[in-house]
Design a protein around this ligand. Structure first.
Ligand code: NAP
Length: 257
């Protein structure tokens, strides 16, 4: 870590659980102060108090629903503040949808798309203003290995985030802002339980830990990589699906989910 990367403030969305809570822990361990965003205020406050005690940093909580315009505006407000400016933005909050596309209510699909794509774009736009003025910043967008697969609107939204990140890293790295799409495969968090998915459908070897995904994602971002795919097995999968026909790689994904 360069001195410039140390002791800045990191704003993490979806920091109450899973990968977001782990981003908060690892960034706090590296000396960053935190702004923790999610809907569940009580969980954010508990996480903030725990990390302040363990790592001697300062952690603010900012409860917000990021599918809601007022919630997004509150986070944009914090990203635009000149005091304690945010030097690291982690767009991580996300959900999965259990049912097939045509079975979901269109409002649910719209909230899903907003959370993964529109909100991430809006928060990135807000964070960039100060980062470009200061000539330094880090933005991590948590996409998914699903971004490489044709697998319903989740894949489509994550593909948007991946493409956006690849372009943004090219556009802004020369001006001091590193942008990385983190693309994990199955990772042990609350994600699948929350969407009601049976985790046993994926074999044990396919599962990653949040600790590894975040550690590799933060390191790849510091190296200036536009895309971080944790583990050799998922790097191989992402490389293979680029050259194989869709029908072959998406057998179980042909459902319009
Ligand atoms: P998780 O354990 O379920 O955590 C999701 C987080 O997002 C929680 O902190 C949740 O907090 C927050 N969140 C959900 N909806 C929100 C909303 N409307 N507004 C604000 N915050 C919201 O899931 P996770 O696995 O850590 O997911 C993190 C990211 O990783 C997601 O973008 C997901 O798509 C991606 N990902 C996960 C996996 C995996 O296998 N786990 C694989 C690839 C990619 P509140 O409920 O308190 O709001």
């Amino acid at each position: 870590m360069t001195p410039r990367d140390a002791k800045t403030t990191a704003l993490i969305t979806g920091a109450s659980a899973g990968l977001g809570a782990e981003f908060a822990r690892q960034l706090a361990a590296q000396g960053h102060n935190l702004v923790l965003v999610a809907r569940d205020r009580a969980r954010l406050e508990k996480t903030a108090a725990d990390l302040e005690r363990r790592y001697g940093i300062t952690a603010e909580v900012l409860p917000a629903d990021l599918t809601d315009d007022d919630g997004v505006a509150a986070v944009v407000g914090r990203l635009s503040a000149a005091e304690n400016p945010v030097g690291v933005l982690v767009n991580n909050a996300g959900i999965g949808l259990l049912h097939n596309f045509e079975q979901n209510h269109i409002d649910e699909e719209k909230r899903h798309l907003k959370l993964h794509a529109e909100t991430a774009m809006e928060l990135t736009h807000a964070a960039l203003q100060g980062m470009l003025k200061r000539g330094s910043g880090r933005i991590i967008n948590v996409a998914s290995v699903a971004a490489f697969l044709p697998r319903g609107t989740y894949s489509a939204a994550k593909a948007w985030l991946l493409s956006f990140s690849r372009w943004a890293n090219l556009a802004y790295s020369a001006r001091g802002v590193k942008v990385t799409a983190v693309c994990p495969g199955f990772t042990h968090t609350e994600f699948h339980d929350r969407m009601g998915m049976d985790k046993s459908v994926a074999p044990a070897w396919t599962w990653l830990t949040a600790e590894r995904v975040v550690r590799e994602g933060l390191a790849d971002n510091l190296r200036g990589k536009a895309v971080s795919i944790p583990s050799k097995r998922y790097k191989a999968l992402a490389a293979a699906v680029r050259v194989l026909p869709d029908r072959l790689v998406t057998g179980p994904a042909r459902k319009a989910k």
